[in-house]
Design a protein around this ligand. Structure first.
Ligand code: ZN
Length: 494
Protein backbone atom coordinates (compact mmCIF):
# COMPACT_ATOMS: atom_id res chain seq x y z
CA UNK A 1 0.00 0.00 0.00
CA UNK A 2 1.25 3.45 -0.78
CA UNK A 3 2.13 5.90 1.90
CA UNK A 4 -0.94 7.92 2.63
CA UNK A 5 -1.24 11.32 1.11
CA UNK A 6 1.96 11.25 -0.87
CA UNK A 7 0.45 12.21 -4.20
CA UNK A 8 -1.53 15.16 -3.03
CA UNK A 9 1.25 16.06 -0.69
CA UNK A 10 3.66 16.33 -3.60
CA UNK A 11 1.28 18.76 -5.28
CA UNK A 12 1.27 20.83 -2.11
CA UNK A 13 5.01 20.70 -1.84
CA UNK A 14 5.22 21.87 -5.43
CA UNK A 15 2.81 24.66 -4.59
CA UNK A 16 4.86 25.60 -1.54
CA UNK A 17 8.01 25.65 -3.66
CA UNK A 18 6.28 27.79 -6.26
CA UNK A 19 5.09 30.17 -3.55
CA UNK A 20 8.57 30.40 -2.12
CA UNK A 21 9.97 31.10 -5.58
CA UNK A 22 7.28 33.71 -6.10
CA UNK A 23 8.15 35.44 -2.85
CA UNK A 24 11.83 35.46 -3.78
CA UNK A 25 11.05 37.11 -7.08
CA UNK A 26 8.60 39.61 -5.72
CA UNK A 27 10.94 42.59 -5.91
CA UNK A 28 12.05 41.91 -9.45
CA UNK A 29 8.77 41.15 -11.15
CA UNK A 30 5.05 41.20 -10.47
CA UNK A 31 4.43 38.30 -8.11
CA UNK A 32 3.26 35.35 -10.13
CA UNK A 33 0.03 34.07 -8.66
CA UNK A 34 1.48 30.71 -7.79
CA UNK A 35 -1.73 29.09 -6.65
CA UNK A 36 -3.54 30.29 -9.73
CA UNK A 37 -0.81 29.05 -12.01
CA UNK A 38 -1.08 25.60 -10.44
CA UNK A 39 -4.83 25.61 -11.07
CA UNK A 40 -5.31 28.30 -13.75
CA UNK A 41 -8.88 27.19 -14.46
CA UNK A 42 -9.89 27.01 -10.79
CA UNK A 43 -11.35 24.18 -8.75
CA UNK A 44 -13.97 21.56 -9.44
CA UNK A 45 -15.35 19.11 -6.88
CA UNK A 46 -15.79 15.37 -7.11
CA UNK A 47 -18.54 14.21 -4.77
CA UNK A 48 -19.40 10.59 -3.99
CA UNK A 49 -22.74 9.61 -2.49
CA UNK A 50 -24.23 6.61 -0.69
CA UNK A 51 -21.09 5.00 0.79
CA UNK A 52 -19.05 3.88 2.47
CA UNK A 53 -19.12 0.44 0.91
CA UNK A 54 -17.02 -2.31 -0.61
CA UNK A 55 -16.00 -0.14 -3.59
CA UNK A 56 -14.94 2.89 -1.58
CA UNK A 57 -11.34 1.76 -0.94
CA UNK A 58 -10.84 1.39 -4.71
CA UNK A 59 -12.17 4.94 -5.21
CA UNK A 60 -9.73 6.19 -2.59
CA UNK A 61 -6.87 4.34 -4.28
CA UNK A 62 -7.64 6.04 -7.61
CA UNK A 63 -7.91 9.47 -5.99
CA UNK A 64 -4.57 8.91 -4.30
CA UNK A 65 -2.82 7.77 -7.47
CA UNK A 66 -4.25 10.61 -9.55
CA UNK A 67 -3.82 13.32 -6.96
CA UNK A 68 -7.39 14.45 -6.42
CA UNK A 69 -9.37 15.35 -3.32
CA UNK A 70 -13.09 14.59 -3.05
CA UNK A 71 -16.10 15.04 -0.82
CA UNK A 72 -17.93 11.93 0.40
CA UNK A 73 -21.62 12.22 1.28
CA UNK A 74 -21.98 9.16 3.48
CA UNK A 75 -24.96 7.34 4.97
CA UNK A 76 -25.07 6.98 8.75
CA UNK A 77 -25.80 3.26 8.91
CA UNK A 78 -23.08 2.40 6.41
CA UNK A 79 -20.61 4.57 8.28
CA UNK A 80 -21.37 2.54 11.39
CA UNK A 81 -20.68 -0.68 9.44
CA UNK A 82 -17.38 0.54 7.99
CA UNK A 83 -16.06 3.41 10.13
CA UNK A 84 -12.46 2.66 9.18
CA UNK A 85 -13.17 3.66 5.58
CA UNK A 86 -14.53 7.04 6.69
CA UNK A 87 -11.49 7.54 8.89
CA UNK A 88 -9.32 6.82 5.87
CA UNK A 89 -11.23 9.36 3.77
CA UNK A 90 -10.47 12.13 6.25
CA UNK A 91 -6.90 10.99 6.79
CA UNK A 92 -6.19 11.20 3.06
CA UNK A 93 -7.37 14.80 2.89
CA UNK A 94 -10.93 14.22 1.70
CA UNK A 95 -14.02 15.78 3.22
CA UNK A 96 -16.89 13.83 4.74
CA UNK A 97 -20.44 15.15 4.64
CA UNK A 98 -23.93 14.00 5.50
CA UNK A 99 -26.25 12.14 3.13
CA UNK A 100 -28.74 11.03 5.84
CA UNK A 101 -29.03 7.92 7.97
CA UNK A 102 -30.84 5.53 5.61
CA UNK A 103 -31.39 7.35 2.34
CA UNK A 104 -35.07 8.13 2.78
CA UNK A 105 -36.59 11.01 0.84
CA UNK A 106 -36.59 14.04 3.10
CA UNK A 107 -39.72 15.33 1.37
CA UNK A 108 -41.60 12.36 2.87
CA UNK A 109 -40.21 12.77 6.38
CA UNK A 110 -41.43 15.05 9.13
CA UNK A 111 -39.21 17.93 10.22
CA UNK A 112 -38.27 16.00 13.34
CA UNK A 113 -37.41 12.89 11.30
CA UNK A 114 -35.16 14.91 8.99
CA UNK A 115 -33.35 16.42 11.97
CA UNK A 116 -32.92 13.01 13.59
CA UNK A 117 -31.63 11.42 10.37
CA UNK A 118 -29.04 14.17 9.99
CA UNK A 119 -28.09 14.10 13.67
CA UNK A 120 -27.61 10.31 13.69
CA UNK A 121 -25.42 10.47 10.59
CA UNK A 122 -23.19 13.19 11.98
CA UNK A 123 -22.88 11.15 15.18
CA UNK A 124 -21.81 8.09 13.17
CA UNK A 125 -19.17 10.15 11.35
CA UNK A 126 -17.87 11.58 14.63
CA UNK A 127 -17.78 8.08 16.11
CA UNK A 128 -15.34 7.29 13.31
CA UNK A 129 -13.13 10.10 14.63
CA UNK A 130 -13.99 12.43 11.75
CA UNK A 131 -15.47 15.91 11.89
CA UNK A 132 -18.07 16.22 9.11
CA UNK A 133 -18.61 19.51 7.35
CA UNK A 134 -22.00 20.97 8.15
CA UNK A 135 -23.42 20.32 4.70
CA UNK A 136 -26.20 17.90 3.81
CA UNK A 137 -27.15 16.49 0.43
CA UNK A 138 -30.74 15.24 0.59
CA UNK A 139 -31.12 11.66 -0.71
CA UNK A 140 -32.23 11.54 -4.38
CA UNK A 141 -31.90 15.30 -4.34
CA UNK A 142 -35.52 15.21 -3.16
CA UNK A 143 -36.04 18.60 -1.64
CA UNK A 144 -38.40 21.54 -1.27
CA UNK A 145 -38.55 24.77 0.63
CA UNK A 146 -39.57 22.97 3.83
CA UNK A 147 -36.54 20.61 3.65
CA UNK A 148 -34.24 23.52 2.92
CA UNK A 149 -35.69 25.44 5.86
CA UNK A 150 -35.25 22.53 8.28
CA UNK A 151 -31.62 22.08 7.27
CA UNK A 152 -30.91 25.80 7.39
CA UNK A 153 -32.46 26.14 10.84
CA UNK A 154 -30.35 23.21 12.02
CA UNK A 155 -27.23 25.01 10.78
CA UNK A 156 -26.56 23.01 7.62
CA UNK A 157 -25.76 24.02 4.09
CA UNK A 158 -28.08 22.36 1.58
CA UNK A 159 -25.94 20.93 -1.22
CA UNK A 160 -26.95 19.50 -4.59
CA UNK A 161 -24.69 19.30 -7.68
CA UNK A 162 -24.14 20.83 -11.11
CA UNK A 163 -22.88 17.85 -13.14
CA UNK A 164 -24.75 14.54 -13.02
CA UNK A 165 -23.62 11.73 -15.36
CA UNK A 166 -26.17 9.39 -13.71
CA UNK A 167 -23.49 6.80 -13.05
CA UNK A 168 -25.97 4.84 -10.92
CA UNK A 169 -27.78 3.82 -14.11
CA UNK A 170 -24.80 1.63 -15.02
CA UNK A 171 -23.54 3.74 -17.92
CA UNK A 172 -20.21 2.69 -19.44
CA UNK A 173 -17.12 4.41 -18.08
CA UNK A 174 -16.60 6.20 -21.40
CA UNK A 175 -20.12 7.66 -21.23
CA UNK A 176 -19.50 8.94 -17.71
CA UNK A 177 -16.17 10.46 -18.77
CA UNK A 178 -17.74 12.21 -21.79
CA UNK A 179 -20.63 13.61 -19.77
CA UNK A 180 -18.41 15.01 -17.02
CA UNK A 181 -15.51 16.34 -19.10
CA UNK A 182 -17.85 18.17 -21.46
CA UNK A 183 -19.33 20.08 -18.49
CA UNK A 184 -16.24 21.07 -16.53
CA UNK A 185 -16.40 24.67 -15.33
CA UNK A 186 -14.97 26.55 -12.37
CA UNK A 187 -16.88 25.57 -9.23
CA UNK A 188 -18.51 22.53 -10.86
CA UNK A 189 -19.85 19.97 -8.38
CA UNK A 190 -19.77 16.51 -9.94
CA UNK A 191 -22.16 13.88 -8.59
CA UNK A 192 -20.86 10.29 -8.50
CA UNK A 193 -21.58 7.21 -6.38
CA UNK A 194 -19.23 4.84 -4.56
CA UNK A 195 -21.86 2.29 -3.55
CA UNK A 196 -23.47 -0.46 -5.63
CA UNK A 197 -22.27 -2.60 -8.54
CA UNK A 198 -22.29 0.34 -10.96
CA UNK A 199 -19.46 1.88 -8.93
CA UNK A 200 -17.05 -0.23 -10.99
CA UNK A 201 -17.84 1.88 -14.05
CA UNK A 202 -17.47 5.02 -11.99
CA UNK A 203 -14.06 3.85 -10.78
CA UNK A 204 -13.13 3.08 -14.39
CA UNK A 205 -14.08 6.61 -15.42
CA UNK A 206 -12.26 8.42 -12.61
CA UNK A 207 -8.68 8.39 -13.93
CA UNK A 208 -9.73 9.92 -17.25
CA UNK A 209 -11.98 12.50 -15.59
CA UNK A 210 -9.18 13.57 -13.25
CA UNK A 211 -6.42 13.59 -15.83
CA UNK A 212 -8.56 15.50 -18.33
CA UNK A 213 -9.45 18.11 -15.73
CA UNK A 214 -5.81 18.48 -14.71
CA UNK A 215 -4.76 18.86 -18.33
CA UNK A 216 -7.27 21.70 -18.68
CA UNK A 217 -5.84 23.50 -15.66
CA UNK A 218 -8.38 22.47 -13.03
CA UNK A 219 -7.56 21.32 -9.52
CA UNK A 220 -9.87 19.21 -7.41
CA UNK A 221 -11.36 21.03 -4.48
CA UNK A 222 -13.63 19.94 -1.67
CA UNK A 223 -16.84 21.41 -0.30
CA UNK A 224 -16.80 23.60 2.78
CA UNK A 225 -19.37 24.22 5.50
CA UNK A 226 -21.31 26.49 3.19
CA UNK A 227 -21.26 24.06 0.28
CA UNK A 228 -18.71 26.05 -1.72
CA UNK A 229 -15.87 24.46 -3.67
CA UNK A 230 -12.56 25.33 -1.98
CA UNK A 231 -8.97 24.11 -2.14
CA UNK A 232 -8.38 21.04 0.04
CA UNK A 233 -6.38 21.24 3.24
CA UNK A 234 -3.08 19.45 2.86
CA UNK A 235 -2.97 16.12 4.71
CA UNK A 236 -1.33 16.08 8.11
CA UNK A 237 2.28 15.01 8.31
CA UNK A 238 2.60 11.37 9.30
CA UNK A 239 3.03 10.48 12.97
CA UNK A 240 6.43 9.38 14.28
CA UNK A 241 7.64 5.89 13.58
CA UNK A 242 7.29 3.37 16.34
CA UNK A 243 10.05 1.15 17.59
CA UNK A 244 9.84 -2.25 16.06
CA UNK A 245 7.81 -4.37 18.45
CA UNK A 246 7.02 -7.13 15.98
CA UNK A 247 9.90 -9.17 17.34
CA UNK A 248 9.09 -8.47 20.98
CA UNK A 249 8.79 -11.77 22.73
CA UNK A 250 7.71 -12.93 26.14
CA UNK A 251 11.04 -14.06 27.55
CA UNK A 252 10.43 -12.64 31.00
CA UNK A 253 7.09 -14.32 31.51
CA UNK A 254 8.01 -17.55 29.77
CA UNK A 255 11.78 -18.02 29.71
CA UNK A 256 11.38 -21.54 28.40
CA UNK A 257 8.11 -21.75 26.54
CA UNK A 258 6.76 -25.26 26.29
CA UNK A 259 4.94 -25.94 23.02
CA UNK A 260 1.30 -26.40 23.84
CA UNK A 261 0.88 -29.01 21.16
CA UNK A 262 -1.31 -27.11 18.69
CA UNK A 263 -0.87 -28.20 15.10
CA UNK A 264 -2.35 -25.06 13.48
CA UNK A 265 0.25 -22.47 14.51
CA UNK A 266 2.89 -23.19 11.87
CA UNK A 267 2.13 -20.12 9.75
CA UNK A 268 2.49 -17.70 12.64
CA UNK A 269 5.51 -15.59 13.47
CA UNK A 270 7.65 -16.98 16.25
CA UNK A 271 6.78 -14.33 18.87
CA UNK A 272 3.08 -15.03 18.27
CA UNK A 273 3.55 -18.81 18.60
CA UNK A 274 5.55 -18.36 21.76
CA UNK A 275 3.00 -15.88 23.12
CA UNK A 276 0.24 -18.43 22.65
CA UNK A 277 2.34 -21.19 24.22
CA UNK A 278 3.19 -18.83 27.06
CA UNK A 279 -0.43 -17.98 27.86
CA UNK A 280 -1.40 -21.63 27.64
CA UNK A 281 1.53 -22.46 29.90
CA UNK A 282 0.16 -20.03 32.47
CA UNK A 283 -3.20 -21.75 32.20
CA UNK A 284 -4.70 -18.52 30.86
CA UNK A 285 -5.50 -19.43 27.26
CA UNK A 286 -6.71 -22.74 25.92
CA UNK A 287 -7.14 -24.24 22.51
CA UNK A 288 -10.44 -24.90 20.86
CA UNK A 289 -9.44 -28.57 21.07
CA UNK A 290 -6.39 -30.45 22.33
CA UNK A 291 -4.55 -29.87 19.04
CA UNK A 292 -6.16 -26.73 17.59
CA UNK A 293 -5.98 -23.07 18.62
CA UNK A 294 -7.75 -21.64 15.55
CA UNK A 295 -5.47 -18.58 15.60
CA UNK A 296 -7.21 -16.71 12.80
CA UNK A 297 -10.71 -16.94 14.20
CA UNK A 298 -12.21 -13.70 15.49
CA UNK A 299 -12.52 -13.15 19.22
CA UNK A 300 -15.98 -12.82 20.72
CA UNK A 301 -16.61 -10.43 23.58
CA UNK A 302 -17.19 -13.25 26.03
CA UNK A 303 -13.94 -15.01 25.00
CA UNK A 304 -12.01 -11.80 25.65
CA UNK A 305 -13.77 -11.41 29.00
CA UNK A 306 -12.78 -14.93 30.04
CA UNK A 307 -9.11 -14.42 29.07
CA UNK A 308 -8.88 -11.08 30.84
CA UNK A 309 -10.62 -12.47 33.88
CA UNK A 310 -8.17 -15.39 34.11
CA UNK A 311 -5.34 -12.89 33.83
CA UNK A 312 -6.87 -10.84 36.65
CA UNK A 313 -7.28 -13.95 38.80
CA UNK A 314 -3.62 -14.85 38.27
CA UNK A 315 -2.73 -11.27 39.15
CA UNK A 316 -4.84 -11.35 42.30
CA UNK A 317 -3.24 -14.63 43.42
CA UNK A 318 0.26 -13.15 43.23
CA UNK A 319 0.01 -9.41 43.72
CA UNK A 320 -2.49 -8.83 46.50
CA UNK A 321 -4.91 -7.23 44.03
CA UNK A 322 -8.41 -7.55 45.44
CA UNK A 323 -11.07 -8.35 42.89
CA UNK A 324 -14.54 -6.95 43.48
CA UNK A 325 -17.24 -9.38 44.43
CA UNK A 326 -19.59 -9.57 41.45
CA UNK A 327 -22.96 -8.25 42.43
CA UNK A 328 -25.89 -6.42 40.98
CA UNK A 329 -28.03 -7.25 37.98
CA UNK A 330 -26.59 -9.66 35.48
CA UNK A 331 -26.77 -8.90 31.76
CA UNK A 332 -29.87 -10.55 30.34
CA UNK A 333 -28.02 -12.27 27.50
CA UNK A 334 -25.35 -14.07 29.54
CA UNK A 335 -27.56 -16.00 31.96
CA UNK A 336 -27.49 -19.17 29.86
CA UNK A 337 -23.71 -19.27 29.59
CA UNK A 338 -21.26 -21.32 31.65
CA UNK A 339 -20.42 -20.27 35.20
CA UNK A 340 -16.88 -19.26 34.18
CA UNK A 341 -18.18 -17.02 31.44
CA UNK A 342 -20.84 -15.43 33.65
CA UNK A 343 -18.34 -14.81 36.43
CA UNK A 344 -15.84 -13.34 33.99
CA UNK A 345 -18.37 -10.87 32.59
CA UNK A 346 -19.54 -9.87 36.08
CA UNK A 347 -16.03 -9.41 37.43
CA UNK A 348 -14.88 -7.32 34.47
CA UNK A 349 -18.04 -5.22 34.56
CA UNK A 350 -17.63 -4.63 38.29
CA UNK A 351 -14.07 -3.43 37.60
CA UNK A 352 -15.25 -1.23 34.74
CA UNK A 353 -13.07 -3.09 32.23
CA UNK A 354 -16.07 -3.92 30.05
CA UNK A 355 -19.46 -2.30 29.70
CA UNK A 356 -22.83 -3.45 28.60
CA UNK A 357 -24.14 -2.88 25.11
CA UNK A 358 -27.27 -1.22 23.81
CA UNK A 359 -29.28 0.18 26.71
CA UNK A 360 -26.80 -1.35 29.15
CA UNK A 361 -28.80 -4.44 30.09
CA UNK A 362 -27.10 -6.71 27.54
CA UNK A 363 -23.49 -7.77 26.97
CA UNK A 364 -23.66 -9.10 23.37
CA UNK A 365 -21.33 -11.99 24.31
CA UNK A 366 -20.87 -13.24 20.76
CA UNK A 367 -20.28 -9.90 19.07
CA UNK A 368 -16.78 -9.49 17.70
CA UNK A 369 -14.10 -7.55 19.51
CA UNK A 370 -12.49 -4.81 17.43
CA UNK A 371 -8.88 -3.79 17.82
CA UNK A 372 -10.10 -0.61 19.46
CA UNK A 373 -12.26 -2.55 21.95
CA UNK A 374 -9.23 -4.63 22.77
CA UNK A 375 -7.07 -1.57 23.40
CA UNK A 376 -9.70 -0.03 25.64
CA UNK A 377 -10.14 -3.22 27.65
CA UNK A 378 -6.42 -3.76 28.07
CA UNK A 379 -5.93 -0.15 29.07
CA UNK A 380 -8.67 -0.40 31.70
CA UNK A 381 -7.15 -3.66 32.91
CA UNK A 382 -3.88 -1.80 33.35
CA UNK A 383 -5.73 0.91 35.27
CA UNK A 384 -7.35 -1.72 37.48
CA UNK A 385 -4.07 -3.45 38.30
CA UNK A 386 -1.36 -0.80 38.44
CA UNK A 387 -3.35 2.42 38.44
CA UNK A 388 -4.19 5.01 35.84
CA UNK A 389 -0.86 6.80 36.18
CA UNK A 390 0.94 3.82 34.67
CA UNK A 391 -1.16 3.74 31.51
CA UNK A 392 1.27 5.86 29.54
CA UNK A 393 0.83 9.25 27.96
CA UNK A 394 0.53 7.94 24.46
CA UNK A 395 1.33 10.60 21.92
CA UNK A 396 0.02 9.97 18.45
CA UNK A 397 1.27 6.95 16.57
CA UNK A 398 -1.22 5.94 13.89
CA UNK A 399 -2.48 7.67 10.77
CA UNK A 400 -5.96 6.26 11.20
CA UNK A 401 -6.35 7.15 14.88
CA UNK A 402 -7.16 10.87 15.12
CA UNK A 403 -7.04 12.34 18.64
CA UNK A 404 -10.83 12.80 18.60
CA UNK A 405 -11.47 9.09 18.08
CA UNK A 406 -12.99 7.42 21.12
CA UNK A 407 -10.31 5.03 22.38
CA UNK A 408 -7.45 6.98 20.78
CA UNK A 409 -5.72 7.55 24.12
CA UNK A 410 -5.94 3.86 24.97
CA UNK A 411 -4.64 2.77 21.55
CA UNK A 412 -1.71 5.18 21.75
CA UNK A 413 -0.93 4.12 25.32
CA UNK A 414 -0.66 0.50 24.17
CA UNK A 415 1.69 1.55 21.39
CA UNK A 416 3.69 3.59 23.89
CA UNK A 417 4.07 0.46 26.03
CA UNK A 418 5.36 -1.48 23.04
CA UNK A 419 2.39 -3.84 23.08
CA UNK A 420 1.01 -2.98 19.65
CA UNK A 421 2.67 -1.63 16.55
CA UNK A 422 0.08 -1.51 13.79
CA UNK A 423 0.71 -2.12 10.11
CA UNK A 424 3.69 -1.14 7.99
CA UNK A 425 1.72 1.81 6.58
CA UNK A 426 1.36 3.23 10.12
CA UNK A 427 -2.29 2.42 10.46
CA UNK A 428 -3.78 0.59 13.41
CA UNK A 429 -6.95 -0.77 11.80
CA UNK A 430 -8.99 0.06 14.88
CA UNK A 431 -12.30 -1.10 13.42
CA UNK A 432 -11.01 -4.53 12.38
CA UNK A 433 -11.91 -7.66 14.31
CA UNK A 434 -9.26 -9.03 16.65
CA UNK A 435 -8.07 -12.56 15.91
CA UNK A 436 -7.36 -15.13 18.59
CA UNK A 437 -3.62 -15.11 17.92
CA UNK A 438 -3.47 -11.31 18.15
CA UNK A 439 -5.30 -11.19 21.45
CA UNK A 440 -3.08 -13.96 22.83
CA UNK A 441 0.09 -12.13 21.82
CA UNK A 442 -1.09 -8.84 23.29
CA UNK A 443 -2.08 -10.43 26.57
CA UNK A 444 1.21 -12.33 26.67
CA UNK A 445 3.14 -9.07 26.16
CA UNK A 446 1.02 -7.37 28.83
CA UNK A 447 1.82 -10.23 31.21
CA UNK A 448 5.47 -10.15 30.20
CA UNK A 449 5.65 -6.45 31.07
CA UNK A 450 4.28 -7.15 34.54
CA UNK A 451 6.66 -10.07 35.10
CA UNK A 452 9.59 -8.00 33.92
CA UNK A 453 8.58 -5.25 36.35
CA UNK A 454 8.58 -7.78 39.17
CA UNK A 455 4.85 -7.48 39.90
CA UNK A 456 4.07 -11.03 38.90
CA UNK A 457 6.10 -14.24 38.90
CA UNK A 458 7.19 -16.02 35.73
CA UNK A 459 5.33 -19.07 34.56
CA UNK A 460 5.46 -22.41 36.19
CA UNK A 461 4.20 -24.34 33.24
CA UNK A 462 1.14 -26.48 33.80
CA UNK A 463 1.87 -29.98 32.47
CA UNK A 464 -0.22 -30.65 29.40
CA UNK A 465 -2.07 -33.57 30.99
CA UNK A 466 -3.20 -31.38 33.91
CA UNK A 467 -4.65 -28.62 31.78
CA UNK A 468 -8.31 -27.82 31.75
CA UNK A 469 -10.53 -28.76 28.89
CA UNK A 470 -10.50 -26.79 25.69
CA UNK A 471 -12.41 -23.58 25.24
CA UNK A 472 -14.76 -23.01 22.42
CA UNK A 473 -17.36 -25.77 22.51
CA UNK A 474 -19.93 -23.48 23.94
CA UNK A 475 -19.28 -20.81 21.36
CA UNK A 476 -19.81 -23.38 18.65
CA UNK A 477 -23.05 -24.44 20.26
CA UNK A 478 -24.17 -20.83 20.20
CA UNK A 479 -23.27 -20.72 16.56
CA UNK A 480 -21.82 -17.25 16.93
CA UNK A 481 -24.00 -14.24 16.52
CA UNK A 482 -23.27 -12.89 13.09
CA UNK A 483 -24.50 -9.50 14.04
CA UNK A 484 -22.92 -7.74 11.09
CA UNK A 485 -26.03 -7.60 9.00
CA UNK A 486 -25.50 -7.96 5.28
CA UNK A 487 -26.07 -4.56 3.86
CA UNK A 488 -26.50 -4.87 0.15
CA UNK A 489 -29.91 -3.30 -0.18
CA UNK A 490 -30.06 -1.48 -3.45
CA UNK A 491 -30.49 2.19 -2.81
CA UNK A 492 -31.40 4.03 -5.96
CA UNK A 493 -29.26 7.03 -6.45
CA UNK A 494 -28.46 9.84 -6.08
ZN1 ZN B 1 -27.79 9.07 -2.61
Amino acid sequence: MEVVGRGRHSRWLALAAALAAGLALVAAAPAPAAAASTCPSGHVALTFDDGPGPHTPAVLDVLERHDAAATFFVLGHRTRSAPGIVTRQAREGHVVANHSERHREFTRLSNAQIRESVRATDAAIRDAGVEPISAVRPPYGATNSRVRGVLRDAGYAHVLWSVDPQDWRGHASSTIVRHVTSRLAPGAVILLHDYGGHARNTIGALPRIIDTAHSRGYCFGVLDDRGRVVAPTPPEPPPPELDDVAARGTEAACPEPVPAGFTDLDDLAEPTREGIDCLVGFGLARGTSATAFQPREPVHRVDAAVLLSRLLTYDAMHSGLVLPWPEGEEFTDVVDLSAERRDAVRTLSALGVTNGTGDGTTFSPFARVTRRDMAVMLSRLQDATVGPDAAGEGGRFFLDVPPELAGAAEINALADRGIVQGAADRTFGWSEAVRRDELALLLARHLDEHVEAGRLPAAEPVPVEERDEADGDEADAEGGDESDEADEEAVPAP
